[in-house]
Design a protein around this ligand. Structure first.
Ligand code: NAG
Ligand code: NAG
Ligand code: NAG
Ligand code: NAG
Ligand code: NAG
Ligand code: NAG
Ligand code: NAG
Ligand code: NAG
Ligand code: NAG
Ligand code: NAG
Length: 441
């Protein structure tokens, strides 16, 4: 057990290095954007934002695509532009979150399994292949997503994105709103910056497609930002939510469904009391003070529960769970383990066939089977038994010795947390019709 809880120090080092590299990349990207912004502002005012290729025929070869593109330019076609809606929808180059729900969704090329389209460069016949994720590992933090991702992406038909650990962008939950961990006012990352995470996979797909253009390209890409599942604290920055309450708000699932209706989602859950302790120890790395102990955990759990109760007494449950202010101040991320509440939001938008739910405890025990299940879920070709075993034997990722360093949480803390999570676990077990989500095994 505690599979994502050993060798965390190593992971921290990797994280640190990745963060450094990421920062440099962001700087480079931002710098690169300066020129883009100027020309894009022009386009934006003229309401000729992206050009999306409208593909209506089955797999065609590149020469035909080029022909079609030329025709579109010559006829001044507006086919595939973002948004027919008059309100400003795509604030490229401005420090305002993009209005995803007003964008005209891209029309995807039929000869790529992954959602991809051609974007025209300026008014030339040059174009680049742009891609969005075919799948998302949406969460949850400290439920073993890094290990899962590491093994999953050993499949030869999966290309990893750029981003932290070649896994996380945190764009849907954080970066599109200018958020980061405990930060709420970074410069906004725009949709085109998000697409940059998938530039390399897109190039690989194009290469593979050109090698064998009689076959639809079977390469896919995805991302695994564990905050996606639960962090809806940017909800009030979504323009369609003005005048809406937290209960009726449109959230990340709605936005993803809007741009990629066929997206496949994978979520890993773990017994929430163990998860939140692991989370607390993990977050020590990001705090300005390092005062972490089983005692501080106990005190902080009590305070977190008080803060939640105080909020619930004044506001609705969802309002509190989506409150940026609460997330900025609460000393323990208790909210993350209230799985049922967030799962409800995803299931309201996506059909169950598009969501794969895995318990971390089961994945740890039957890694090979769950990987095989996931490959099937993603419509990937099955791997041979020997290849599966090879992937299974890879060393555990993101395990941490932290619990060993700090010791198990106190029994009193565990009792409080178990009691706190019980009703949410019950609801989850009922929703999924499976008592294993009570975590009494
Ligand atoms: C394309 O649009 C420009 C500017 O709106 C216009 O001057 C030109 O005639 C159009 N070309 C075609 C082929 O419609
Ligand atoms: C396309 O761009 C070139 C160079 O930027 C410019 O000279 C030309 O007029 C543009 N064509 C149209 C149709 O806008
Ligand atoms: C089109 O792309 C090629 C290769 O990236 C580049 O060399 C060329 O200058 C581009 N042409 C225009 C008109 O942008
Ligand atoms: C824009 O970005 C800066 C950080 O560079 C941030 O402080 C600011 O609050 C952001 N938002 C607006 C609307 O300016
Ligand atoms: C193209 O795909 C077909 C069918 O999967 C395969 O038989 C052929 O070897 C592939 N060609 C290349 C160059 O990969
Ligand atoms: C550190 O923890 C101890 C014991 O839990 C507490 O008394 C102290 O105030 C804490 N310091 C900070 C800066 O949180
Ligand atoms: C993996 O899934 C495939 C397709 O359902 C199945 O045929 C195969 O037996 C599975 N392999 C293992 C090791 O479970
Ligand atoms: C904590 O609980 C465990 C298992 O329930 C028990 O074995 C242990 O003695 C308890 N520790 C204390 C200090 O009560
Ligand atoms: C729930 O699961 C039980 C046992 O697996 C099954 O008999 C029952 O029909 C299921 N109910 C629903 C609503 O799916
Ligand atoms: C505000 C802006 O950039 N307007 C431009 C829109 O496009 C026309 C013709 O392409 C330009 O003349 C305008 O300057």
């Amino acid at each position: 057990m505690d599979m994502d809880l050993s060798s965390l120090r190593l992971s921290f080092s990797i994280c640190l290095i990745s963060s450094l590299i990421l920062s440099v990349c962001i700087l480079i990207l931002l710098h690169g954007d300066v020129t883009l912004m100027k020309s894009m502002k022009f386009s934006y005012r003229n309401k000729t934002r992206f050009h999306f290729y409208e593909d209506t025929l089955p797999a065609r070869d590149s020469a035909e695509f080029a022909q079609e593109d030329k025709r579109d330019i010559e006829s001044n076609s507006t086919v595939g532009e973002y948004s027919g809606i008059d309100t400003a929808t795509y604030y490229r180059g401005e420090n305002i979150s993009d209005d995803i729900l007003s964008m005209k969704p891209p029309t995807f090329l039929k000869n790529y399994k992954n959602p991809c389209w051609y974007e025209q460069i300026g008014n030339t016949s040059n174009r680049t292949l742009k891609c969005l994720p075919y799948f998302y590992v949406i969460g949850v933090d400290k439920c073993g997503t890094t290990d899962f991702w590491h093994r999953l992406t050993k499949h030869p038909d999966i290309e990893t994105p750029d981003g932290v650990l070649n896994k996380e962008t945190h764009w849907w939950s954080w970066r599109r709103f200018g958020f980061d961990i405990w930060i709420e006012n970074k410069p906004i990352e725009h949709f085109d910056s998000y697409l940059k995470y998938f530039e390399r996979p897109a190039r690989e797909m194009e290469k593979r497609s050109q090698l064998n253009n009689s076959q639809p390209c079977s390469l896919i890409t995805g991302e695994g930002s564990p905050t996606m599942f639960w962090d809806f604290t940017g909800w009030d920055k979504i323009p369609q939510n003005s005048g809406r309450s937290a209960e009726t708000a449109l959230l990340t699932p709605d936005c993803i469904k809007h741009v990629t209706p066929q997206a496949k989602l994978i979520v890993l859950f773990r017994e929430p009391t163990r998860r939140v302790y692991s989370d607390y120890l993990f977050l020590d790395h990001f705090r300005s003070y390092h005062n972490t102990s089983v005692q501080s955990f106990h005190q902080h759990v009590l305070r977190a529960i008080d803060m939640l109760r105080a909020c619930f007494s004044r506001h609705t449950e969802l309002f509190c769970l989506y409150s940026k202010q609460l997330h900025m101040n609460i000393p323990v991320r208790l909210v993350v383990g209230m799985y049922d509440i967030f799962l409800d939001k995803w299931l309201k938008v996506f059909p169950t066939e598009q969501i794969l739910i895995i318990r971390n405890e089961d994945y740890s025990k039957f890694t090979l089977n769950y990987l095989n299940t996931t490959f099937n879920f993603l419509g990937l070709k099955p791997l041979s038994q020997s290849k599966l075993e090879e992937v299974e034997k890879l060393s555990r990722q993101h395990e941490t010795k932290k619990v060993k360093d700090y010791g198990q949480m106190m029994n009193a803390t565990k009792a409080i947390l178990d009691k706190f999570y019980l009703p949410y676990n019950q609801k989850l077990a009922k929703r999924l019709n499976d008592s294993k989500y009570m975590w009494i095994d």
